[in-house]
Design a protein around this ligand. Structure first.
Ligand code: GDP
Length: 296
């Protein structure tokens, strides 16, 4: 995960650690390396510029130049700023509401919404002993409904059946009614994705959001898409009150830039990372740990 970025920054960090004295000049050299590493990892340019400016400001402060081990101190600054860039604290899922806590899943087709729904459902069931129901409002692709049914069974969560031709809002209302009557703690609402953003999809998901008023509105995005992931996140964030982002396929050869840009661009926390096709391939996103992993 994030190998490219880790390798590049790792080299910078190694050189930095060895520096007995740091001057404005060699700080500038190091920052140029960090900048290149971030750009190569496909981090969005405005994010890189902002990041470098912040590190520079801190590094030129006394804490780095005046410190006994300035190289280490600069690594510390980069680590803290990386953590900050990815959102500082881990936030986790918010279920603090009158049950059922509704979690609305959005994203483009193929992003991993359905898989992530089952992964999170399994996670909540196993770790928090929650009673979980999942429903699909993707009335355009019967295969998507079948897929949610299959992965829900694998995950050991209950599936609320729906059918092509029904209205998404009617399905969601029926599932909510069922969840209330049967005392479910959590209701996942999986939605239709398209291959690209289109206004019909956005209008439909906005309607679902207004109807359900979910406590979590999670945008699922494929990390492999790099800059496109960030652009899609921006568009969904403008259309929908998102509460968080799930970045999938971080186990692939994604260059990892999306992990660093999405938070900055949307202002919404990265809550989970998908790290495999299997249903246990999900991790809570910890900015601090991720920064450590990136810096090696
Ligand atoms: P949806 O169209 O957004 O519902 O996407 P799916 O859940 O059907 O996922 C699309 C493909 O991506 C499937 O083949 C999944 O197995 C795969 N996938 C989803 N999440 C991950 C992940 O974190 N890692 C990997 N390697 N594959 C994933």
């Amino acid at each position: 995960m994030l190998d490219n970025l880790t390798q590049r920054l790792g080299r910078v960090v190694k050189t930095l650690r060895g520096q007995a004295r740091l001057t404005e000049d060699n700080i500038a050299d190091m920052l140029r390396e960090v900048r290149m590493a971030l750009l190569e990892a496909d981090v969005a340019l405005p994010v890189v510029k902002d990041f470098i400016a912040r590190v520079k400001e801190k590094a030129l402060g006394q804490d780095v130049i005046g410190s006994l081990t300035p190289g280490q101190a600069l690594v510390g600054v980069v680590h803290r700023e990386l953590t900050e860039l990815m959102g500082g604290q881990a936030t986790g899922l918010n279920l603090a509401t009158q049950p059922p806590a509704i979690i609305l899943m959005s994203g483009l087709q193929g992003a991993g919404k359905t898989t992530t729904t089952a992964k999170l459902g399994k996670w909540l069931k196993e770790r928090q002993k929650k009673k979980v129901l999942a429903v699909s409002c993707d009335v355009y692709r019967p295969a998507a409904i079948e897929q949610l049914k299959a992965v829900s069974a694998q995950a050991g969560i209950e599936f609320f059946p729906s059918h092509a031709g029904e209205k998404p809002a009617a399905i969601a209302a029926a599932a909510l009614d069922y969840a209330k009557k049967h005392y479910f703690d959590v209701l996942f609402v999986d939605t239709a994705g398209r291959l690209a953003i289109d206004s019909a999809m956005m209008a439909e998901i906005k309607e679902l959001h207004a109807l359900l008023n979910p406590v979590e509105s999670l945008f699922v995005v494929d990390a492999m898409l790099g800059q496109d992931a960030v652009n899609t996140a921006r568009a969904f964030n403008e259309a929908l009150p998102l509460t968080g982002v799930v970045l999938t396929k971080l186990d692939g050869d994604a260059r990892g830039g999306a992990a660093l840009s999405v938070r900055h661009v949307t202002g919404k926390p990265l809550k989970f990372a998908g790290v495999g096709e299997k249903l246990n391939g999900i991790e809570e996103f910890h900015p601090e740990r991720m920064a450590s992993r990136i810096l090696g």
